[in-house]
Structures are given as C-alpha cells and as structure tokens.
Ligand binder design. Structure first.
Ligand code: SAM
Length: 265
C-alpha cells in the first residue's frame, strides 16, 4: 500500500488513483502514493495529477528518479535513468572495487556516476554529456558527491590529464537503432531527447566511437562498461575486442540488462 499523505483524505487518494488508472497508469496505487507525498497543497496535487495524466513520465512529474536507493534529480528534456542500469553499476563495482578515478561518459542526469561515487567513497569523479540540459541536471546530482561535470562530444569534454588514469569508464550511450526509435513507448519517444536514444543504423555508432578511444583513457587494468540490447551484444563485444580490450558480456535476465565489460590489459 502506498503511504497515506496527511494533508489529503482517503477520498482524495481514491480519486487520484482513479484518475491515474483511467489514464492507463499500470501502477496507479503506487504512483498515487508518490504524487500525494510530493504535493503540499490541493493546487499542487491537481497540477501533478494533470501532468501525469497527460503522459509526462512519473519521474519528471516528481522531479526525481530512484536509482540504487538514491533520489536522482531529473529535469525535462533529460533521459530518465532506468533501474536496469543499476546492473551496469553493480558490474563496475565488482570489476573495480578499489577504483579511484571514475568517468561517467554520456552521463545524462549523472545517475551512474553519482551511484558509483556513493558506493566507492573517496573517488575522483568526472561526468560528461553533449546535451546542455543533461549537463545542467548532472551538475545538480554530481555536486553532491564532489564530482565534476563537463560539456562536449564524448572524450573531447574530458580534461586531458585523465588520459591513462581512468579505473572505471561507464558509458551508457544511446543504443536504440534509428529505425526503432519510433517504436519506443510514448513516454520515451515524446519526452526524452533523440540524442539520448538514437544510436544510429544498428544502434552501435556511439558505442563504437567510445570503444575505439577507450584504451588511451583507461589505466592499465581499467574497465569500460556499456549497456546494449541482447541482439547487439555480440557486435558490441567485437567492437571492444577490436579496440584491444579484453571483453566479456554480463546479463541479468530479470532486469533485461546486458552489459559489455572491457578491460585494458
Ligand atoms: C541513454 S542516455 C543515458 C544517460 C545516463 N548515463 C543514464 O544512464 O541515465 C545517453 C546520453 O548520452 C548523451 N550523448 C549522446 N551522444 C553523445 C556524445 N556524442 N557525447 C556525449 N554525450 C552524448 C545523451 O545526451 C544522453 O544524455
């Protein structure tokens, strides 16, 4: 049962649940609990419900997304971190539990870097994205763990002195094939920027660019981690191997998560 929010009566709660259900929200009860907890006045409540009913993703209605137990600030026009991506973070921590230099490339909100720095403790964290909206949003999240956020195209955004020093290079790049973007759920298609979704013809354009340059930026023994679809994974492993990394695939069937992990020998 979602928490009952003191300013609102059970009948208000019921009407919020009904409105969300009528709009097709599958988890209407849970969502109602979160929306009721976020609203301080009836006016605010009706604004939040209206936005959700109009199709805005719940995380953008609330202004945050849960990621590895953290509340990550999300803003309009920025990719909402997916719970599936927690698997990439887990794999990075397992591969490099004593990492001291971490980079979150294609950082979006900065959820991955923030979660890694939170788990690792005292690390030098850098996050980067090409989209100014993502950079602004990431600054709000990454500042809390003492990280730095840079703007620009992949590695061009990073300080040069990171070359050869990165222990964990996490890059949740866009990986939807161009022809499949139109098939995404409306919440993604209509509310997330194309630059966060479209990975080119086979979805691997950005991933290949990341893989090619990774060995120059990784420390010896440092690792690169990317998320792919199951179908793309073999080609992604090949791209890693082709750039000189030792590559393997990790999968989590429950979360439909596929992570390619490459290590600089
Ligand atoms: C799938 S989203 C992932 C965001 C975040 N890492 C996460 O997991 O929530 C991909 C991100 O890559 C960024 N991006 C796309 N092309 C880029 C490029 N050439 N250089 C840097 N960032 C890029 C997008 O702006 C978007 O924020």
């Amino acid at each position: 049962m979602p928490p009952f929010s003191p300013p609102f009566s059970p009948s208000v709660r019921d009407s919020v649940v009904a409105a969300l259900r009528a709009a097709g929200c599958v988890f209407a009860e849970d969502e109602a609990g979160l929306i009721l907890a976020a609203a301080r006045t009836p006016q605010e409540l009706s604004g939040l419900v209206d936005r959700r009913v109009s199709g805005l993703p719940l995380e953008l209605v609330l202004g945050w997304a849960e990621f590895r137990g953290l509340r990550i600030t999300v803003e309009p026009g920025v990719f909402v971190p997916r719970r599936r991506t927690e698997f990439l973070v887990e794999q990075a921590l397992a591969q490099a539990p004593r990492a001291s230099v971490v980079v979150d490339l294609c950082c979006g909100s900065g959820a991955v870097g923030t979660a890694l720095a939170t788990a690792l403790g005292d690390v030098e964290l850098h996050a980067a994205d090409i989209d100014p909206a993502a950079v602004r949003c990431a600054r709000r999240n990454v500042a809390g763990v003492g990280g730095h956020v840079h703007a620009g195209d992949l590695y061009e955004a990073l300080p040069a002195d990171l070359r050869g020093r990165i222990d964990i290079l996490a890059a949740n790049v866009p990986y939807v094939p161009t022809g499949e973007v139109a098939l995404l759920p409306a919440e993604a298609r209509d509310h997330e920027p194309l630059v966060a979704l479209d990975g080119g013809g086979d979805g691997l354009d950005v991933l290949r660019r990341v893989a090619v340059e990774a060995p120059r930026w990784l420390a010896p023994g440092g690792c690169l981690l990317v998320e792919t679809s199951a179908a793309q994974a073999p080609a992604a492993v090949e791209a890693f191997t082709g750039s000189g990394l030792t590559a393997r695939l990790a999968t989590d069937d429950e979360r439909y998560a596929n992570v390619v992990i490459g290590v600089r020998p």
